[in-house]
Design a protein around this ligand. Structure first.
Ligand code: ATP
Length: 233
């Protein structure tokens, strides 16, 4: 579904990604792990069209999307939920969600609002509340709900568990499992190694702009090097 090969990208003269290969197949949850500054957000932003690659290819559903504007990538079914929530604080929950389907007609929007309400009953209870007054966890749900409004076939989640309480982190990973069980492919960018590997089918570890390790999530969970680097034991 998503095939990235030899991807090089960065900011001006500074190259951050030095030739990254990564793939997500239909129906998969793939975790992209790595410490701060490894280049995870840079990879995300390149795939979602915010950053133009210097070299390499990005194919989504058979189309070479490298360099496409974000809108066109979203319209094709690849939706990114950015790190740090970024909801519109002065709009209601419902209006924030409606913006996620701005390209689609009224009937599709109503159907998607209903679907998101069913996935996030807590948001439904707060339909008319201003998004800026939601708790951090609720804002994270809203950001994901908005992503789902675009009817993605591949969802990229950038650190969805960041800043959540342990209980909400559990809920977040359970949600990822449920969305995937409904057929959604997910690229999960995370620092939460243990829970990411528990929900993912496969994983990649990005270090200094290069894939240092990749494989089945269950195998990586046992990898001594990864355990030492990321779990401290
Ligand atoms: P984190 O988990 O901390 O978000 P990350 O793996 O997502 O880290 P990136 O945000 O991709 O890492 O950053 C990779 C490197 O790129 C860092 O050294 C960062 O300082 C640099 N960088 C990010 N954005 C820019 C920018 N706009 N201009 C210049 N350098 C940048």
């Amino acid at each position: 579904m998503l095939e990235i090969a030899g991807l090089r990208a960065g900011y001006g003269p500074i190259e951050i990604l030095h030739g990254v290969d990564l793939a997500v197949a239909a129906g998969e949850v793939v975790a992209l792990l790595g410490s701060n500054g490894a280049g995870k957000s840079t990879l995300n932003n390149t795939v979602s069209g915010l950053l133009r690659p210097v070299a390499g290819s990005i194919a989504f559903d058979g189309a070479a999307i490298a360099g496409w504007p974000s809108m066109r990538i979203v319209a094709r079914g690849l939706v990114q939920v950015p790190e740090g929530r970024r909801v519109f604080p002065n709009l209601t929950v419902r209006d924030n969600l409606a913006l996620g389907s701005y390209r689609r007609g009224g009937a599709a929007r109503a159907r998607n609002l209903e679907r998101v309400a069913a996935i996030f009953p807590r948001l439904k209870e707060r339909w008319r509340q201003l998004a800026g007054t939601l708790s951090g966890g609720e804002q994270q749900m809203l950001a994901i709900g908005r992503g789902l409004m675009g009817e993605p076939r591949l969802l990229i989640l950038d650190e969805p568990s960041l800043g959540l309480s342990p209980l909400l982190v559990e809920e977040m990973f359970a949600l990822i499992g449920r969305l995937n069980a409904d057929g959604l492919a997910i690229l999960l960018v995370e620092q939460n190694v243990v829970q990411s590997l528990a929900v993912a089918h496969r994983a990649y570890v990005l270090e200094n702009g290069r894939i240092a390790l990749s494989g089945k999530a269950a195998d990586l969970a046992q990898d001594p090097g990864l355990r030492k680097s990321y779990l401290g034991h």
